[in-house]
Design a protein around this ligand. Structure first.
Ligand SMILES: Cc1ncc(COP(=O)(O)O)c(C=O)c1O
Length: 496
């Protein structure tokens, strides 16, 4: 093992530090040129510069004490109000900023749990009903807060099935959730129908609009058909919307909104007996960084409706060109009818029925410098399209066409490297085995080594028993898994 790094005895020169850090970036994903499809939402160099300056202005301040930093409280309140208007929140609509979509979802779930504790104390095993496509942040929330999610299968159009959801509501249900749009395929769940059900059962209803909250309002304003998805639906009691996604704010900023204070109240944490003093905090974190709040405020007022509409128009145009180009490739299909700018695509037919191996195509695209987001159930590649992708859609489509042709000529590619690993991970019915392998990767990533593992080698070296089986049995493994799948009778990895 190499020697453990220590804090230097003497501090280094600032310019040298910055140069070193620039050097660290050499192997990073190239987001400025549109080669990544999520992770970074880039609205161009001028907006980027503004975010940096706004963030720097308040980088030291701490919104934990809103009395000490009234500036931050003011900006947070203004962001909440601007967003509440955009999402048709009623007069009493309130909310807080959080560090990201996951924290917003965590907070909505925690608030619903604690509200139920206050109103229905006999519920000791609180449950949430949600479509199987809901973002995994809900799973995380349930895991953290000791709750159970009852996942419900979506329809063939990937949208939530309201009637099936209603059937899963029981006396333990403290929250119903749906998405606008859901992340995997970009379709908006039938919020109006689910809202009516939630209202009828007097259960709070959270709409996760983390990815769509700052996008769908503009898509709708541009005249595209969008199912009603926000507080206009009377049953909707809370919404999450990420400023650091299509709000084009700096990282670390999302928003959770509630219809009124009677819901938000249950998000707060108050401790009265600590020797450090009476302590009150609105959300998960203690210290709340000022930079992201300031940058979020700056982003909304710099964009204005005009800016948001312009970026949305360009993103929609790019997404539609991408969809059309993918649909024109005989071997491929686009899943569902996306309502906005998420495009999820894959093989028209499964490999067993003569289709192309999508994960081998993904590897080929990655080797050409594209960052690839792989999904399962069905195997698909996920593209979150922004205005920044307009100029690269044609290049991407050209590389996809080339990759499809290459994989068709080299079927052996599907039995090696990442393609084999992802293919297998998607099919193994024993999910505990998959989990063990992923935990192995996490341990490699967060272990004592400074150098992150080579992404191309993770599959080989660190994915544990699963990868060993792949390496040993190569191509035959697929057939065995297909049989097992039939035997177990459930799609591996399906949540419902
Ligand atoms: C619908 C939805 N909800 C929640 C999240 C989680 O957001 P974050 O990664 O900011 O925690 C995402 C992220 O993509 C999302 O798309």
């Amino acid at each position: 093992m190499s020697e453990r790094i220590r804090i230097p005895d003497v501090g280094r020169a600032h310019d040298e530090i910055l140069r070193t850090m620039e050097g660290f970036r050499a192997g990073d994903a190239d987001w400025r040129d549109g080669r990544t499809w999520s992770l970074v939402y880039y609205a161009g160099p001028e907006h980027h510069e503004l975010l940096k300056q706004a963030s720097a202005l308040f980088f030291a301040e701490n919104a934990l004490n809103p009395m000490a930093f009234r500036s931050l409280k003011r900006m947070e309140a203004e962001v909440v109000q601007m967003s509440a208007s955009m999402l048709h929140g009623p007069e009493g609509c309130v909310g807080t900023l959080t560090t990201g979509g996951t924290e917003s979802v965590l907070m909505a779930v925690k608030a619903a749990r604690d509200r139920a504790r206050a109103k229905r104390p006999w519920v000791t095993r609180p449950e949430v009903v949600a479509p199987s496509t809901i973002h995994v942040a809900l799973d995380k929330a349930a895991h953290y807060f000791g709750m159970k999610v009852r996942y419900v299968d979506v329809g063939p159009d990937f949208r939530a099935d309201p009637r099936a959801m209603e059937r899963r509501i029981n006396r333990n249900t403290v929250l119903v959730c749906a998405s606008a749009p859901q992340y995997p395929h970009g379709v908006v769940d039938p919020i109006a129908e689910i809202g009516a059900i939630a209202e009828r059962h007097a259960i709070p209803f959270h709409v996760d609009a983390c990815v769509g909250g700052f996008l769908l309002p503009w898509v709708e304003k541009l005249g595209h058909p969008v199912p009603v998805f926000d507080f206009r639906v009377p049953g909707v009691t809370s919404m999450s919307a990420d400023l650091h996604k299509y709000g084009f704010a700096a990282k670390g900023a999302s928003l959770v909104l509630y219809r009124d204070m009677s819901y938000l109240r249950h998000q707060f944490f108050v401790s009265t007996d600590w020797s450090g003093g009476i302590y009150a905090s609105p959300s998960m974190t203690g210290t709340r960084a000022g930079g992201p709040i300031a940058a979020a405020w700056a982003s909304l007022v710099a964009m204005g409706e005009e800016g948001f509409l312009d970026h949305t128009r360009r993103a929609m145009d790019a997404a539609k060109r991408l969809q059309a180009g993918l649909r024109a490739i005989a071997e491929l299909t686009v899943f569902g009818e996306p309502d906005a700018t998420i495009v999820s695509w894959g093989a028209k037919r499964p490999v067993g029925e003569g289709g192309v191996n999508l994960f081998a195509i993904a590897d080929r695209l990655q080797s050409k410098g594209w960052s690839v987001d792989r999904q399962q159930n069905p195997p698909s590649i996920h593209c979150t399209v922004t205005s920044n992708h307009g100029p690269v859609i044609d290049d991407y489509l050209r590389d996809v066409r080339e990759a499809v042709g290459h994989v068709a000529l080299h079927p052996e590619l599907s039995a090696s490297g990442n393609a084999a690993m992802y293919g297998m991970m998607a099919k193994v019915p024993f999910r505990a085995l998959v989990k063990k392998s992923v935990l192995g990767v996490m341990e490699a990533l967060y272990g004592t080594s400074i150098e992150p593992p080579d992404p191309d080698k993770i599959g080989e070296a660190d994915a544990g028993p699963l990868m060993k089986v792949v390496n040993q049995y190569g191509g035959t493994i697929d057939a065995v898994l297909e049989k097992l799948q039939g035997f177990v009778g459930k799609k591996p990895g399906s949540r419902a």
